[in-house]
Design a protein around this ligand. Structure first.
Ligand code: ZN
Length: 252
């Protein structure tokens, strides 16, 4: 049992359901009330809640993400999406993503991306439990790739080809202008997402009345989100973030 005002991590047990009513930023798991946030415990009138010290949100449409290609079955490419941090707010990727290859992409002589590549992509939709991603817009695409034969990072040459300095293997991909430029990637993610979020909040102010029409759908989606959120928080400590260190490791 945690004291009032104690600092807790996501997933930590706060008390049992028989003693308290689970309130803001908490969830109940087999009778145990757990925290859904990193924050301070507030106990009041039989309720227990967590006041977040750091804000956690979900990634949303139009935001730009960074992720790794995990599978490629031709017409669909699967992506493991990293969480992103914008200022003090953490945006969690609760689902994996996929890129649908359009027919027009078949005309290329090359594959736009391949397994293991790190990409910048835009979220264009949430379909069931998968984010639909786009990598063909300006600034998006592959930002890091390794040689399929030697495993060392491929370098971008003057002709927008990727080349291996070891075996001279050469390939062409859907490249982001920020290929291998870590600072620029971080900068772009922050600037672009801030812009998207501020547009979104302006739109929300004017459109909230129309949104009631979609409430049912939203509620179902919200439930799925919350379940994922609970699962994610259980595994909170195992989550890798896209950090400078993370990027460096890929060079080895
Ligand atoms: Zn090579």
């Amino acid at each position: 049992m945690k004291d009032d005002n104690a600092i807790v991590l996501p997933g930590e047990a706060l008390g049992i359901e028989e003693e308290f009513l689970s309130s803001k930023n908490t969830f109940v798991d087999e009778g145990v009330i757990r925290s859904a946030a990193f924050g301070k415990i507030i106990k009041e009138n039989g309720k227990i809640e967590v006041k977040p010290l750091k804000s956690i949100s979900k990634i949303q449409n139009n935001m730009v993400i960074i992720g790794k290609i995990t599978d490629n079955v031709g017409s669909v490419v699967f992506v493991k999406i990293d969480d992103i941090k914008i200022e003090n707010e953490e945006y969690l990727a609760l689902f994996d993503g996929k890129i649908i290859m359009r027919r027009s992409h078949d005309n290329h002589q090359h594959k736009p991306c391949s397994i293991g590549d790190i990409i910048l992509a835009k979220i264009i939709d949430l379909e069931e439990d998968t984010y639909i991603l786009d990598i063909f817009e300006q600034n998006l695409g592959v930002v890091f790739s390794t040689c399929p034969f030697c495993g060392i990072p491929l370098i971008k040459n003057d002709y927008r080809f990727l080349v291996c300095t070891e075996c001279k293997h050469k390939e062409q991909k859907q490249l982001s202008p920020f290929y291998m430029s870590f600072e620029q990637i971080v900068d772009y993610l922050e600037k672009e997402n801030k812009r998207v979020l501020s547009n979104q909040s302006n739109r929300n102010k004017y459109n909230s009345a129309n949104d009631r029409y979609n409430d049912n759908n939203e509620e179902r989606r919200e439930n799925r989100y919350n379940n994922r959120f609970r699962d994610r928080n259980r595994n909170f400590h195992n989550n890798s973030k896209f950090t400078h260190k993370h990027f460096d490791n890929r060079h080895k």
